[in-house]
Design a protein around this ligand. Structure first.
Ligand code: FAD
Length: 266
């Protein structure tokens, strides 16, 4: 079948693409913390489904909601997976960060990794690599992630999300299992544990199909959501969000992050 999901293009923009081989699925792996351009993937998925092909569509909960609204009917061969999402940063802010690191290092970006787990899953880095430099910052210290995690740079629609808090329309939902070190300490190797929520019978079938290839441990929603703010709370925009966007064309992301959030912790 065909798998749709978010990938980097040649300019490090994030957009939805279709892949049809296991090797190409690598492009979809790894969370990209910016709104992905859905491009023509709803239309492409519909054509494949109408022709009787199997489609797995992954994305944010609103992108799965959008797909279902676009299709307006159920397809037996359609499977959907969403990520738990507390909001997506605006592509304008991401472009600004790409421009900033390009300018700071006087060389083009050659790699972006939103979740470099070299220091560990819980203390991950965001990495922008250019030909001359590697900008690697802890998730709570670099301006891009600080502005995202504090809901300063997220889209306005994210604060009024119709799909979070158990309102997902996807067959499976994936998230970080924050708190796994408390619930299952022996299971936590700090390399990352994904929380998988099985929402539908189709999702149960998908999960059962790959279970033999996974190391898994059963939990329940209450425990899985206990330390996961995006699963247990509504996202409220930062009070200075509007100020941030008003100043975005005039100041650097570091200056704005320090002004709005204070200097980063060490
Ligand atoms: C914008 C965003 C916000 C998130 N917020 C939270 C949160 O608050 N709490 C939490 O527990 N988890 C959140 N996640 C999910 C988390 O980052 C991991 O995806 C999840 O823990 C599963 O990890 P994984 O390594 O198994 O899968 P990953 O490799 O991280 O996930 C790969 C899948 O994610 C999809 N994907 C990647 N980037 C995007 C994107 N920009 N837009 C749409 N789909 C995308 C790909 O298509 C692919 O199917 C968020 C993910 C995104 C993209």
């Amino acid at each position: 079948g065909t798998v749709f999901g978010a990938a980097f293009d040649d300019n490090w923009h994030v957009r939805h693409i279709a892949v049809t081989s296991v090797n190409a699925m690598n492009k979809l792996r790894g969370s990209k913390y910016v709104q992905s351009d859905i491009s023509t993937t709803y239309q492409d998925a519909e054509k494949l489904l109408q022709a009787g092909h199997t489609v797995l569509f992954s994305g944010t909960p609103c992108q799965i909601g959008g797909l279902k609204g676009y299709l307006r009917k159920d397809y037996e061969r359609l499977y959907t997976i969403d990520v738990v999402c507390h909001g997506v940063p605006s592509p304008k802010v991401y472009q600004k960060r790409l421009d900033e690191v390009t300018e700071l290092s006087s060389s083009p970006v050659i790699k972006v990794n939103f979740r470099d787990k070299t220091p560990g899953w819980k203390r991950f880095n965001i990495v922008f690599q250019t030909e001359n430099h590697i900008f690697a910052t802890h998730k709570r210290r670099g301006p891009y992630m600080r502005l995202f995690l504090n809901n300063v740079s997220t889209r306005p629609s994210c604060s009024d999300c119709a799909f979070n808090n158990k309102h997902s329309l996807a067959d499976l939902t994936i998230a970080d299992y924050w708190g796994v070190n408390k619930h299952f300490p022996l299971f936590d190797d700090d390399k990352g544990v994904t929380l998988v929520l099985v929402n539908t019978e189709k999702g149960a079938g998908l999960f059962a199909d790959c279970q033999s290839e996974l190391e898994c441990q059963q939990t329940d929603f209450k425990r899985g959501a206990e330390y996961n703010a995006a699963l247990s709370k509504k996202m409220t925009p930062h009070p200075s969000r509007q100020l941030f966007f008003a100043e975005l064309d005039h100041k650097s992301l570091s200056a704005l992050a320090n002004e709005i959030l204070g200097t980063a912790e060490n």
